[in-house]
Design a binder for this molecule. Structure first.
Ligand code: PBG
Length: 325
């Protein structure tokens, strides 16, 4: 007798009955870039279809994403060099473009969840996520924490629902949690970039923000792509420090990490399908080498299968439309 797995694949209805995982618009978080000015959008050359928007146009985009059923956006500010300095001072300005965007989105579309990123790089003229000691060539850890905490409180006071520390400094989740609670912001969620690897897949994102590090690389704080046990160590620390949601980043090359984390924690898990993953699919599709819709949906489903509860992806809007068909 032959055992016949094909019986369960015989037609679409049977395949639906046995389907193990599902991808829906409710799983998606759309990253968006905001810049100062009016009525302008600039396409990011290495991320076709993704733009830096001025606030007025960003609001239109958010309204559209909301109509499509997307539950959350994640905001990143693209600042002119004139606003960048060594201490990322603009990040704690309550009227910076990011805080303006958070307030305007919550006013226009109150039920859209707004996530903001905590790290110094978009605001730093060093392009690093922490304070740089130039003489010694070091990224300072403990000196960075108060800056991150002040940045997080500033974003949360503007109305951010979810704070996303992406900086990979040690101890930052606990430090930020304490600062938020101290400011009466107990309700604000921390989605920690728990296992964030020192990855070349962030290239297009750094084009978008012009945030390429001026000196050295990020390997003293972001993780070595060769390591997986270290991700579990970071996971235990983020749990202890009070993170509400844990994230793995990038996505596709780190599905094994996602799966291991799923087996280790009871917390919700997010995955960041980063800029370089998006760029690869777009480039191949533009050449007619891959079917963009099918490939993108297959990648997004792979995250669900590996254990993600939510996915940050530049495909969010397109996927929402594809999933409606
Ligand atoms: C910065 C940050 C990065 C991304 C999100 N937050 C880049 C980096 O660490 O250099 C990358 C996102 C992407 O590539 O889509 N703290």
């Amino acid at each position: 007798m032959i055992i016949r797995p094909r019986r369960n694949r015989v037609d679409a209805n049977m395949r639906d009955l046995v389907q193990e995982n599902n991808l829906t618009v409710k799983d998606l978080i759309a990253p968006l870039f905001v810049m100062e000015g009016e009525n302008k959008r600039e396409e990011i050359a290495s991320m076709p279809g993704q733009y830096r928007f001025t606030l007025d146009l960003l609001l239109k985009k958010v309204a559209k994403l909301s109509d499509l059923g997307i539950p959350a956006v994640s905001l990143f500010p693209a600042l002119p060099d004139s606003l960048k300095d060594e201490r990322a001072s603009e990040s704690t300005n309550s009227n910076n473009i990011l805080c303006q965007a958070v307030r305007a989105i919550k006013k226009q579309t109150p039920n859209m969840l707004v996530m903001t990123d905590v790290a110094m790089d978009p605001y730093s003229n060093d392009g690093h996520d922490g304070l740089v000691d130039k003489e010694r060539g070091l990224i300072l850890n403990d000196e960075t924490l108060p800056i991150l905490a002040e940045m997080a409180v500033n974003q949360a006071q503007a109305g951010a629902d979810i704070i996303g520390p992406s900086d990979m400094m040690d101890g930052r989740v606990a430090y930020i949690r304490q600062a938020l609670d101290h400011a009466g912001l107990h309700h604000v969620v921390i989605m920690s970039y728990t296992a964030k690897y020192a990855s070349a897949f962030y290239g297009p994102f750094r084009d978008a923000l012009e945030s390429e590090p001026k000196m050295g690389d990020k390997k003293t704080y972001q993780m070595n792509p060769a390591n997986s046990r270290e991700a579990i160590r970071e996971l235990y620390l983020d749990e202890q420090e009070g993170a509400d949601i844990l994230m793995v980043k990038p996505g596709l090359p780190y599905l094994d990490i996602l799966k291991e984390m799923r087996e280790t924690t009871t917390l919700p898990l997010a995955v960041y399908n980063v800029s370089g993953e998006y760029a690869m699919v777009k480039a191949a599709a533009a050449n007619g080498w891959l079917d963009e819709e099918k490939v993108a949906l297959e990648i997004l489903m792979s995250f669900k299968r590996a254990g993600a509860d939510m996915i940050l992806t530049y495909f969010a809007e397109a996927a929402a439309k594809w999933l409606k068909k």
